[in-house]
Ligand binder design. Structure first.
Ligand code: PMP
Length: 324
């Protein structure tokens, strides 16, 4: 057994697991990359640890400094985990639609959390991204992580997520990779790795209805975003961490499809993951039906279901929202 020096060293090396029941007969195989098994419970551990390492190396974050970031909750938990080990203060801004579990967990790690309104345009001063930028400017010794526009976000997924999937699949011996699009870091980084090393693999991003990525990809225009319930994927701004040149297609999924599939993944496959994982697997099953047997899809399960007990895992919440 390997011994790690601290929890940060335990990020990554997540298992790839076959789906058995939610994939219909005659459809392609779906292998899930269990990113929710990262130490803080999401795929964001990879990017957070990579960016903080780089910021330290380049002198952008110094001892006693403060990490500031806008987050849908998972990046905050990942950064707070790194900060706990390395001794930094953390301030996170979070839109008010995100689950109470996420807020409470970030605070439990010792982070300060600023809640902003969800339903404001991307250029509003109250938008969570603009609020984080302002806090970073006003805080001495602050390092603004800037996940939506940071090249290091893409690079983390190229070097780690992409390479790991490549190694686990005999050098990219599968047809399609599918990931959710929040900042765009996952599909852009994994996409860059595979375009370079195994260009036979097609890269598909999954976006919630209401987000801008799907329309930006297909039309080049920024549509008006609207609020949806799935957390962690989708955005209302154009992101520099989204490199569409390495993405082959974008698909769109609605809230009910996402939550129904996330609940099935738990009850039928024992996989305890969040709503964006449900979105990705809903879309992956559709692609698997089109591809047919003897092909393989690799899809990410992005975060842990622990964050959503009070939301889509609750029958009452599902009924209140009209999903059940
Ligand atoms: N799912 C969840 C639950 C997330 O928190 C995120 C990150 N925002 C993603 C998917 C998408 O990842 P990315 O930011 O790399 O596009």
């Amino acid at each position: 057994m390997e011994i790690f020096e601290n929890i940060i060293d335990a990020v990554g090396q997540t298992p790839l697991i076959r789906l058995n029941k939610v994939v219909p007969d005659g459809a392609a195989n779906i292998l899930v990359k269990c990113e929710y098994m990262n130490p803080s419970g999401s795929i964001k551990d990879r990017m957070a640890s990579f960016i903080i390492d780089n910021a330290e190396k380049q002198g952008l974050l110094k001892p006693g400094g403060t990490i500031v970031e806008n987050t849908s909750g998972n990046t905050g938990q990942s950064l707070a985990m790194v900060a706990a080990v390395r001794g930094y203060r953390c301030i996170f801004t979070l839109p008010d639609k995100m689950s109470q579990e996420k807020i409470d967990t970030m605070k439990a790690y010792g982070a300060e959390v600023v809640i902003t309104p969800t339903d404001v345009p991307g250029d509003s001063p109250d938008h969570y991204v603009n609020t984080a930028k302002r806090i970073a400017e006003d805080t001495p010794g602050a390092f603004y992580v800037n996940q939506y526009h940071n090249e290091w976000n893409i690079e983390a997924h190229r070097q780690f997520t992409g390479r790991e999937i490549y190694d686990q699949t005999d050098g990219g011996d599968f047809a399609v990779f599918m990931g959710g699009t929040g900042t765009g870091g996952t599909v852009s980084g994994v996409g860059r790795w595979f375009k370079e090393h195994a260009p036979n693999v097609k890269i598909i991003g999954v976006d919630p209805m209401g987000s801008v990525h799907y329309h930006l990809f297909h039309t080049g225009n920024l549509p008006k975003a609207y609020v949806y319930q799935v957390e962690g994927i989708g955005e209302d701004i154009k992101c520099d961490a989204m490199d569409f040149t390495v993405v082959d297609d974008m698909l769109q999924v609605n809230d009910k499809q996402s939550f129904d599939m996330a609940r099935r993944l738990l009850r039928e496959e024992g996989l305890f993951c969040g709503g964006s994982s449900g979105s990705i697997i809903h879309a992956a099953v559709e692609v698997a039906k089109e591809l047919g047997a003897n092909k393989t899809i690799v899809a990410t399960l992005c975060d842990s279901g622990t964050r959503y007990i009070s939301k889509f895992f609750s029958d009452k919440w599902m009924k209140d929202q009209g999903f059940l």
